[in-house]
Write a protein that binds this ligand. Structure first.
Ligand SMILES: *Cc1c(COP(=O)(O)O)cnc(C)c1O
Length: 482
């Protein structure tokens, strides 16, 4: 995508691709949406795609692939062992990060499983800018702990700081001194901090963290799942890199890390995952686990067709016209919402637009899941599916009490190259309507609550009859329109 100056004087974002295959979507009338969200236990994860107009749940495995990605799938070599597909993908990744060894795994959390088994000991601590749901689950499953050291501004909804995902260097030093390096299993940097607004990490910050970890002998792990947005921001927000090729930026990141892993459901716009390292010892230990948990070493649980598509998708993530689409759409939607007074995380980051449900639904206490309620209410009002990223996505403490999330967010993700500008405008319009009527939204309570990763399958019900009230107001304002 590129912002082009129009005759009117405005800068208008233009898609740098054309659409050659489409999927029909349906905008159901609000009566049917009310039924669908009730059947889904007010959890947007449990909605069926046939009832969804715009699916903004996630960018995971739902990015539009390019013609070159589809073409590459035809040359996939499905030999069980020694597949040429594997060697092609390995070559692309080694070159991309300038690292020696590549291990395939079926998706991001599978990489986390392998890396956690390699490094996490009971009672050890993993230090990171911020956790991701599956990352934390794997570390805790093995008896480890997570300590978050994102800069303070990273957890403030509004800021003008360009790199809100940065690790706080003072906090890092203090944590190392307090915990002791022997008890630290690794330090992890997550590109584009998923749970706190898709906020990027600067190269400067990565350099400093790497320097400290190298001096202390602590393993530094990089979660590159959201790398493409982060690369875009390094290029446009970090002055030093304005004229640096994206490939060079990526190779410098590789030079700072001991282990890099990624979900190729995001990075590379296919489906799969992978781990890279130049450390021979760690490589050999992880290599033993791949056939046990994933699949043989030359496919790691992935379809070889997806691996071919990934190899091409990874190379496409060096093209600014391609990787700019999500951050530019996020900016357009955020700016439109801000102009209407709707609270969103600023500055606009990658991944999606993050609506501040804490402020949007300030009348709903955290134990009644304001972000979950807003996600359900927004589906009802628009047919658009977003994702709760707040207390519902946390886990209860052993004594049954809630862990209140730092932020209550409704995330509206932008899968890459999937939506158009008029669809973005529809999202802004319906969300603005909902904001005007926010007092009608009420809380939620669980009817079925799983113990682990409860947000995936948990079922809830509204406290009171607020969906009914919202529906009536919608009909009043929109007549018989969808
Ligand atoms: C999605 C994601 C993961 C997990 O990847 P999956 O492919 O969904 O298992 C890990 N880390 C980050 C930052 C992610 O966004």
């Amino acid at each position: 995508m590129r912002e082009v100056k129009f005759f009117s004087g405005e800068n208008i974002p233009l898609e740098m691709h054309k659409v050659r295959m489409v999927q029909r979507v349906y905008l159901r009338p609000i009566e049917e949406r009310a039924e669908a969200i009730s059947e889904a236990g007010y959890n947007t994860f449990l909605l069926r795609n046939k009832d969804i107009f715009l699916d903004m749940l996630t960018d995971s495995g739902v990015n539009a692939m390019s013609e070159n990605q589809y073409a590459s799938m035809l040359q996939a070599d499905d030999s069980y062992a020694g597949s040429e597909t594997y060697y092609r993908l390995e070559g692309v990744l080694q070159d991309m990060f300038n690292m020696e060894h590549f291990l395939p795994a079926h998706q991001g959390r599978a990489c986390e499983h392998i890396i956690s088994r390699l490094l996490v000991k009971p009672d050890s601590t993993a230090i990171m800018n911020y956790h991701f749901t599956t990352t934390k689950a794997h570390i805790c499953q093995l008896g480890g702990k997570v300590e978050e050291i994102i800069i303070d501004e990273g957890l403030e909804i509004n800021s003008s700081l360009p790199f809100k995902g940065n690790l706080d260097i003072e906090k890092l030093k203090n944590s190392i001194a307090r915990i002791g390096k022997k008890n630290i299993c690794f330090v992890r940097i997550e590109a584009g901090t998923n749970l706190v607004g898709g906020q990027p990490v600067s190269m400067q910050n990565m350099r400093e963290v790497s320097k400290i970890c190298r001096a202390e002998g602590i393993t530094l792990v990089y979660d590159a799942s959201l790398l493409s947005d982060n690369l875009y921001f390094i290029k446009i927000r970090e002055k030093e890199f304005a004229d640096t090729d994206i490939r060079e930026i990526t190779r410098e990141i590789g030079s700072l890390m001991d282990i890099i892993y990624f979900s190729a459901r995001k990075l590379g716009a296919a489906r799969g995952g992978g781990i890279l390292t130049s450390d021979q010892e760690m490589f050999l230990q992880m290599r033993e686990m791949i056939p046990l948990y994933e699949g043989f070493l030359t496919y790691g649980g992935m379809s070889v067709r997806e691996m071919e598509a990934m190899a091409i998708g990874l190379q496409e993530s060096f093209d600014m016209d391609i990787i700019s689409q999500t951050p530019i759409f996020v900016k357009v939607l955020c700016e439109e919402l801000i102009s209407k007074g709707v609270p969103v995380v600023t500055p606009p980051g990658g991944l999606g637009c993050h609506v501040d449900a804490g402020q949007f639904c300030s009348h709903i206490p955290q134990e009644k899941y304001p972000a979950g309620a807003l996600s359900a209410a927004f589906y009802l009002a628009s047919g658009v599916r977003g994702m709760e990223r707040g207390t519902l996505s946390e886990q209860r403490n052993p004594d049954g009490s809630e862990t209140p999330a730092h932020m209550e967010l409704l995330r509206l993700a932008f899968p890459k190259r999937v939506f158009t500008l008029s669809q973005v405008k529809y999202v802004a319009d319906r969300l603005t309507w909902l904001y005007e009527n926010r007092q009608l939204i009420g809380g939620l309570e669980f009817t079925e609550e799983p113990r682990v990763l409860r947000f995936f399958f948990g079922r809830l019900k509204p406290i009171g009859d607020w969906p009914e009230k919202l529906y009536k107001k919608f009909r009043q304002d929109f007549g018989d329109s969808l």
